[in-house]
Design a protein around this ligand. Structure first.
Ligand code: GTP
Ligand code: MG
Ligand code: ZN
Length: 291
């Protein structure tokens, strides 16, 4: 029998079969050694009987997976960044977009709390749309653009990710009429406490699923050759091949088509500057990777 993992807590998993029935399961020992089941995994399961819990026998091949949040088989990652407090961390947004793209997951940027600072929200949306990223300004509290966001996500398995306090759980509540726990900003900032503690996949009426995740401030990913970083920046694509040096990092090389596009205002300068900063950080790590 097959099912989808909705949640995992302390070695116990909740799975749902294709008819919507739920099961509490544990992972068989050989599975625990190989690869831990992730939320979103499709699994082969044996239901429990009576008081006994069931078992996860096998994890079916994953279409994709993320480490932070630790989830699998996602159609879209919705990066949530606030137009108010906490201030949007754009370097983090960029990293999350890169992480999603490298795993073949289409990202979408939702600029939340847009009623707090409509100009700031518009500016972030402008910057990312110009960079070939789907971006939309929304407000859970003022009900702005929720219909449009719902329409973009309809029928998909989508994960909301982003800083603690960005408003991920609030957005899910507003989009789908749910009552997930949301939290005070002062709690989060002063005590560094996440309100959402674990990933939870929630089936939606009419198809698709939404995944709430705990906020984080650090996104770890498998190290990769920094020369590949530019591939995750869609706005560089049409200049590729036009640089004097091959390969070109599009960072400080002379006669670089991307840098010329930045100078001409065709590519956003702030986004490019963040790219260079991330690239330099990666080049140092890459050089030191065998130390
Ligand atoms: N003004 C305003 N505040 C909002 C909006 N959406 C959420 N908030 C507030 O932002 C705070 C954090 O919201 P949460 O939904 O708990 O944030 P989260 O991203 O789920 O946080 P973690 O679970 O800790 O990762 C709460 O005080 C919400 O009331 C909005 O559209 N406008
Ligand atoms: Mg939350
Ligand atoms: Zn270049």
């Amino acid at each position: 029998m097959r099912g989808t993992i909705l949640q995992g807590i302390g070695g116990f998993y909740t799975a749902m079969d294709d008819d919507g029935a739920r099961y509490t399961l544990r992972a068989q020992r050989k599975l625990r050694r190989e690869s831990k089941p992730k939320v979103g995994d499709r699994v082969e399961l044996i239901p429990g009987t009576g008081e006994e819990d069931g078992w996860i026998q096998a994890i079916l091949p994953r279409r994709n997976e993320l480490e932070r949040p630790s989830v699998a088989n996602i159609d879209r990652v919705v990066v949530v960044a606030s137009a108010g407090a906490p201030a949007a961390d754009l370097p983090l947004v960029d990293r999350m977009l890169v992480a999603a793209r490298r795993r073949g997951i289409a990202p979408l940027l939702a600029v939340s709390k847009c009623e707090l600072d409509p100009d700031a929200a518009r500016e972030i949306v402008r910057q990312y749309r110009g960079a070939g990223v789907d971006a939309i300004a929304v407000s859970a509290h003022a009900d702005e653009n929720l219909d449009a966001l719902r329409a973009l996500l309809r029928g998909s398995v989508h994960a909301l990710a982003g800083q603690s306090g960005a408003g991920k759980s609030s957005l899910i509540n507003a989009l789908y009429g749910m009552e997930l726990e949301t939290g005070d900003l002062s709690e989060k900032i002063e005590r560094g406490r996440n309100t959402t503690r674990r990933c939870e996949l929630i089936p939606l009426r009419g198809g698709g699923m939404v995944l709430d995740t705990p906020g984080f401030s650090l996104l770890e990913s498998e190290p990769f050759d920094p020369v590949e970083l530019k591939q995750s920046y869609p706005e560089f694509e049409r200049y590729e091949g036009g640089c004097y040096f091959q390969p070109c990092y599009h960072a400080s090389e002379p006669k670089c088509a991307v840098r010329e596009a930045v100078a001409a205002g065709e590519i956003d300068a702030a986004r490019h500057a963040r790219y260079v900063e991330l690239l330099n950080e990666m080049r140092i790590k890459w050089r030191e990777r065998y130390d």
